[in-house]
Design a protein around this ligand. Structure first.
Ligand code: ADP
Ligand code: MG
Length: 393
């Protein structure tokens, strides 16, 4: 998928005001009634309907008149809102090629004025279930669209908070740059996902490093929960970087042991198959034993000295709360087995687009400070909308 940001350059202040009004209306409406959008946006010179038509033409909104006349954001509309905020904040100035399609995200290169290239991850949590729900039109319709916005935002916030905390504790993760809505900007890892690597100079060393990371995470009170060849990047010097954190849980989670063993098993299986390393079959851990590994060489969860509480203490500081964690966990567990197949996963990994970067010199009359203006406006609109709909949020 190419994120066509050309349109972004031509959108006016009014366009963004109306797009933001739809986003706000979606806090309590699956489809936001047109007259409510008009009231939230309260354009100085009117003309909301014309603006809505323009946004619709660019596929930033979806029109629905089945029950009443209204609109909702599309993925693209939400992407544009986040990208605009990032550009206004001076985080990046251009969007380039897509470098990854994950299960629940799209990843693009972005560049700053000075040419530094970074990675932008747009979360699409609920994409798979959203697709399924779409085919059963009347089933959970309300929840599906609300969930997508809310959960994608939560996933981004969680990923950002974890990446920052892990980096501070010396884990090899990308540098977390900024986060807004469902979008996380991080440093670009110069390497390949392990799944694409056919040969290694030192497979044993890489293997030990990776297993060591799973153990060290647990010592810090965390389990990755999706620790596999898709989420481990490796560079030409065989340096390992781990990515993709929205599903991480605490070692005090009720299924912690299972998640830990599963992460370990994924690595053992992959290295066994890809690099012909031989391991014993997994054996049951001996309860209460002091050994660090079971008979098959797999680290045993019970023998690791774990510091629980990492989640609560370190992450609360980033604005990611216990309730956020519970909400996202409920969703992820509820969707277990919803994953796309490995084929689908893999085929998306190398999508490129030759066009290179699209520079985003948005409305020059709107300097960086307009970010505050925008956020200020957002606050005002928020209270206005709460007043209009009686939503206590
Ligand atoms: P998902 O949660 O959807 O699986 P990931 O974070 O795993 O998303 O990213 C999907 C793919 O995008 C990765 O397999 C990798 O190829 C690429 N990618 C993600 N983050 C980066 C990064 N910081 N630098 C380079 N490539 C990345
Ligand atoms: Mg991934």
């Amino acid at each position: 998928m190419k994120l066509d940001v050309d349109v972004l350059r031509y959108l006016s202040k009014d366009d963004f005001r109306v797009l933001t009004a739809v986003e706000m209306g979606m806090r309590n409406h699956e489809i936001v009634p047109s007259d409510l959008i008009d009231r939230i946006a309260s354009l100085k010179h009117g003309g909301t309907y014309k603006v809505l038509k323009n946004l619709l033409k660019h596929k930033l909104l979806h029109h629905d008149s089945s029950k009443y006349d209204g609109f909702r954001l599309t993925y693209l509309g939400y992407d544009f809102l986040a990208i605009k905020t990032m550009v206004n904040r001076g985080v990046f100035t251009a969007v380039g090629r897509q470098i990854g399609v994950g299960k629940e995200s799209d990843i693009f290169e972005v560049a700053c004025e000075d040419g530094t290239v970074m990675a932008m991850k747009l979360h699409r949590l609920g994409r798979t279930s959203f697709r399924a729900v779409k085919s059963k039109r009347d089933y959970l319709r309300h929840r599906s669209s609300y969930n997508w916005l809310y959960l994608s935002r939560l996933a981004a916030l969680k990923e950002f908070a974890f990446m920052k905390a892990l980096e501070e504790h010396g884990f090899p993760v990308p540098n977390a740059v900024d986060c807004n809505r469902h979008c996380v900007v991080m440093s670009l890892i110069q390497g390949y996902p392990l799944v694409q690597v056919k040969q290694l100079q030192n497979p044993e060393t890489v293997f030990d490093t990776i297993i060591g990371l799973v153990v060290r995470l647990a010592e810090h009170g965390l389990i990755h929960c999706d620790f596999n060849e898709f989420n481990i990047m490796i560079d030409d010097d065989e340096k390992v970087t781990m990515i993709d954190f929205p599903q991480m849980v605490s070692v005090s989670h009720r299924n912690a042991q299972m998640y830990f063993d599963r992460d370990i098993e994924c690595i053992f299986k992959f290295f066994g198959k890809r690099f012909n390393m031989s391991f014993e079959e997994q054996s049951d851990d001996i309860d209460g034993s002091e050994v660090d590994e079971d008979e098959s060489g797999r680290p045993s969860f019970s023998s690791i000295t774990k510091t629980a509480g990492f989640l609560d203490k370190e992450l609360a500081a980033s604005g990611f709360t216990r309730k956020d964690q519970d909400d996202i966990e409920k969703f992820i567990e509820g969707n277990a087995g919803d994953d796309v197949s490995d084929d689908e996963h893999e085929s998306g990994l190398c999508q490129t687009n030759i066009k290179g970067f699209d520079s985003l010199h948005l409305d020059q009359k709107e300097p960086t400070s307009s970010c505050n203006e925008e956020e200020q406006g957002y606050e005002n609109q928020h209270s206005l909308e709460a007043g209009l709909t009686g939503n206590p949020e």
